[in-house]
Design a protein around this ligand. Structure first.
Ligand code: ZN
Length: 65
């Protein structure tokens, strides 16, 4: 009787999925080319200074090392 190490019980699976969702929600690195402000956002937003000249980089695109 082999146990599958990757099998979650439903509660664990749900918690794990929520963590993934949270990570995905706040993983856009934003950089304003106008005022050079940097922040992490959940969506593609304009800068608080009103500039739309904002660079958006999803965090998962950063190299790992
Ligand atoms: Zn700005």
């Amino acid at each position: 009787m082999a146990e599958n190490p990757f099998q979650f019980d439903p509660a664990e699976l749900q918690e794990w999925q929520q963590r993934i969702e949270e990570a995905n929600r706040y993983n856009i690195w934003c950089h304003c080319r106008t005022c050079h402000k940097e922040w992490i956002a959940s969506t593609y937003v304009i800068c608080s200074c009103g500039s739309k000249n904002v660079e958006h980089i999803a965090c998962w695109q950063f190299p790992d090392d």
